[in-house]
Design a binder for this molecule. Structure first.
Ligand SMILES: [Fe+2]
Ligand SMILES: [Fe+2]
Length: 301
């Protein structure tokens, strides 16, 4: 049995260096923090003996992440398009490069999560239906929201994903609790979410996006994101015959809100988004990311 091994294409577009000065035009993003486009290929089909509940042998934890994985392909396509809409208006050369990195990273996330979702679908976890529902929702946003609000939506969700990446997946022992063939997928995704966390925000600022739209869109996302996640989790738990598994529900609630309380502890960082002076790089997690790169990505990081 082969492990899920990331295979590097050798074509990474990278700008190295971590201690750059701060940008003045586009905000506070480190000047040389250009998101690096990696091209891992995870061999899911060769890892059929991965346990059904690959995170901590726990249905709630595993299916929560599975539901999120279903949302990535349609969600990340939306994020790319909302940024791409303004790409030609950006003149700052560093930000132009960062946009390319952002698009490349998100495109590869979608690709690998599509493969992961297909792998889980074959094992009877119906993520295709979830993906279709989310695609329908994203199409509604495309149809009814202005390009500015669509970008504000991306900025808000990117804050969520960066928080979850830095304050949850990389900081605690979640990755260690996962099957070692699944963990690198989430580690890679979390690392890159942290690397590109400010790109949509910097574009939003560069095009003069309104504060009202940014803040109100975050309020909307803060309701929709947990509601969608909870509904989808309940559906998957029901389909897996685990809806009445109180041990799993209580354990997961405790993990999120009790001890260690990973969601509870990220609330202060979440609320900083509402400050008019907020910038994603106010929270510098490069130390955490570097450690995770060494541990989970090895020489392809
Ligand atoms: Fe992503
Ligand atoms: Fe992202």
């Amino acid at each position: 049995m082969n492990a899920v091994v990331p295979v590097r294409s050798g074509k990474a577009k990278a700008r190295k260096g971590l201690n750059g000065s701060l940008r003045t035009l586009a905000g506070k993003s480190p000047k040389d923090m250009i998101p690096k486009v990696r091209r891992p290929q995870f061999a899911f089909s060769e890892a059929q003996d991965i346990p059904r509940y690959w995170w901590d042998n726990d249905p709630v934890k595993t299916l929560l992440l599975a539901a999120m994985s279903a949302s990535f392909p349609p969600g990340e396509r939306f994020f790319i398009d909302s940024v791409r809409h303004y790409q030609d208006q950006i003149t700052d050369p560093e930000l132009k490069k960062a946009i390319k990195g952002f698009i490349g990273q998100e495109a590869h996330h979608s690709r690998e999560h599509e493969l992961m979702n297909g792998f889980l679908q074959e094992r009877g976890v119906d993520l295709a239906r979830l993906e279709q529902e989310i695609l329908g929702f994203m199409n509604l946003l495309r149809k009814h929201l202005s390009p500015e609000r669509q970008l504000a939506h991306t900025v808000a969700v990117e804050h969520f994903t960066a928080l979850m990446a830095e304050e949850f997946l990389l900081k605690y022992d979640a990755l260690e609790q996962m099957d070692p063939r699944i963990a690198p997928v989430w580690a890679w995704h979390a690392i890159e979410e942290s690397e590109h966390k400010a790109v949509a925000f910097d574009v939003y600022k560069a095009i003069g996006g309104s504060e009202f739209t940014r803040v109100t869109e975050m309020m909307i996302v803060s309701v929709l994101f947990p509601v969608f996640s909870a509904v989808h989790l309940v559906q998957l738990m029901k389909e897996d015959g685990q809806l009445g598994n109180m041990k799993s529900w209580l354990g997961a609630v405790n993990y999120m809100w009790g001890r260690p309380g990973v969601f509870r502890k990220l609330l202060p960082s979440y609320f900083k988004f509402y400050s008019p002076n907020f910038h994603p790089w106010d929270h510098d997690a490069r130390g955490l990311v570097e450690k995770a790169k060494k541990k989970w990505l090895g020489d392809w990081g």
